[in-house]
Ligand binder design. Structure first.
Ligand SMILES: Cc1cc2nc3c(=O)[nH]c(=O)nc-3n(C[C@H](O)[C@H](O)[C@H](O)COP(=O)(O)OP(=O)(O)OC[C@H]3O[C@@H](n4cnc5c(N)ncnc54)[C@H](O)[C@@H]3O)c2cc1C
Length: 253
């Protein structure tokens, strides 16, 4: 089974994020990390590929930097990577991102495409579904468990109250939740091997994707309002009534 995993490189969340004062774009340093949510997609892909003697190809879009985030996924065991990196993609929204990813994925032979459910820096949570639509294949989303039955992909789809059982014939795009599997830690051997695994860097022209619609402009960025101080209710025998009234006001009861 040939599996593609969408992996996003993001600024290390452990460091405070910086915005360009003129454009308000997030400054993406050379040293980026693999989005934590994508470790689950990589692990799931590795387990499925290992069970079927398949391959795992990473696909990414964004500033390449020193490729540290991509190498982290390669060190886990993925075979190769493709990254689409181009100044023309600055300010790409979710749909342009999906167009580029779908174009890069369609150059590969794939049975499955795995994604996280939502990135840590953009968190729109729509890219996997858009990629599926653009590739013309079903989207199986929010998978908390994935099994293969021949060519049929079966998932337990996480819901607020439990899960749905959903299935579709491969090829499909899958988005997996944190907890679908426990991501492995790269071994020293894996880290060394990752240094020489192929990473193909593509431009928009290589893919022939029209990105002329990228025209997002961030006009201003403001701090979130600080939390207002709470209200202290002194109990003189009637506090419960006041609490119930507050809860009714908030439509909690
Ligand atoms: C402040 C702010 C404002 C924004 N405003 C808008 C807006 O107005 N309109 C708009 O369309 N977008 C907007 N975005 C989204 C931004 O452009 C996204 O970072 C980008 O579009 C990708 O979407 P996402 O990261 O939200 O993907 P999600 O759908 O949250 O990601 C889900 C999964 O898709 C895959 N994936 C997503 N992006 C990539 C990638 N680059 N490379 C490889 N895999 C990937 C990963 O597996 C990821 O786990 C905004 C973001 C921010 C931070």
């Amino acid at each position: 089974m040939n599996i593609v995993v969408c992996v996003k490189q993001i600024p290390d969340p452990a460091n405070p994020s910086q915005l360009d004062p003129e454009t308000h774009w997030l400054v993406r340093p050379d040293e980026q990390v693999m989005d934590d949510g994508d470790r689950y997609g990589v692990e799931m892909a590795l387990q499925l590929a290992e069970a079927s003697e398949g391959s795992v190809t990473l696909v990414s879009m964004g500033p390449a930097g020193n490729l540290q985030g991509i190498r982290q996924a390669l060190a886990m065991g993925a075979d190769k990577a493709v990254i689409v990196t181009d100044d023309a993609l600055r300010g790409a929204g979710a749909l342009e991102t999906a167009r580029v990813l779908a174009a890069a994925i369609s150059r590969e032979e794939f049975d499955l495409v795995l994604c996280g459910t939502e990135s840590t820096d953009g968190y729109s949570g729509v890219v996997p579904q858009q990629v599926a639509e653009l590739l013309g294949v079903p989207a199986l989303t929010f998978a908390r468990k994935v099994t293969l039955d021949g060519d049929t992909v079966k998932i337990e789809q996480q819901t607020a109250g439990g899960y749905n059982e959903v299935e579709a014939p491969a090829p499909v795009v899958l988005s997996v939740t944190a907890g679908v599997v426990e991501p492995r830690y790269p071994t020293f051997k894996g880290i060394m091997a990752a240094k020489s695994k192929p990473v193909d860097q593509l431009s928009v022209a290589d893919l022939g994707v029209d990105v002329s619609g990228i025209n997002q402009e961030i006009l201003a960025v403001r701090d979130a309002p600080s939390r207002a101080a709470g209200t202290k209710i002194e109990d003189e025998g009637e506090a419960h009534l006041e609490i119930v009234s507050k809860l009714q006001e908030l439509k909690v009861v």
